[in-house]
Design a protein around this ligand. Structure first.
Ligand code: HEC
Length: 104
């Protein structure tokens, strides 16, 4: 019984770890809705000049840009602040979410 319990626990942990590996569009969506959309919008290409649109952009480009803002190799007071608190996983999630959106 004890072995069964232990292997069940291990299985649960392994399953959780493997799902966490894949980028989660859903997690990206909630961050985008809560934070990014205030300036960038969600689907709409923003008409406001300083806020570039993100929907439908290349996933790798978005990841690269966010990592550059985080490392401050790309300078923007606003984006350096925002990206500074993102983990690699957050960045993957957000990039996979925005890149899959169709622009209206
Ligand atoms: C307070 C407004 C604001 C918020 C909130 C914000 N951004 Fe930005 N973002 C900007 C501005 C301004 C720029 C242009 C900066 C520059 O000139 O590099 C920018 C640029 C970017 C770029 C570069 C786009 C390009 O065309 O190169 C990406 C990617 C980006 N933001 C992602 C995000 C994500 C993801 C979030 C949410 C986690 C977010 N931003 C939240 C204002 C904002």
């Amino acid at each position: 019984m004890k072995e069964l319990l232990t292997s069940t626990v291990i299985l649960v942990i392994l399953t959780a770890a493997s799902t966490a590996q894949a980028a989660s569009i859903y997690a990206g969506k909630s961050t985008a809705a809560a934070v990014c959309s205030q300036c960038h919008g969600i689907r709409g290409t923003s008409a406001d000049a300083p806020f570039p649109p993100l929907a439908g952009r290349d996933e790798e480009y978005l990841e690269m840009a966010l990592k550059q803002y985080r490392d401050k190799t790309r300078v923007s007071d606003i984006m350096n602040n925002i990206a500074g608190s993102l983990t690699d996983r957050d960045i993957n999630n957000i990039a996979s979410y925005y890149s899959r959106l169709k622009i209206r």
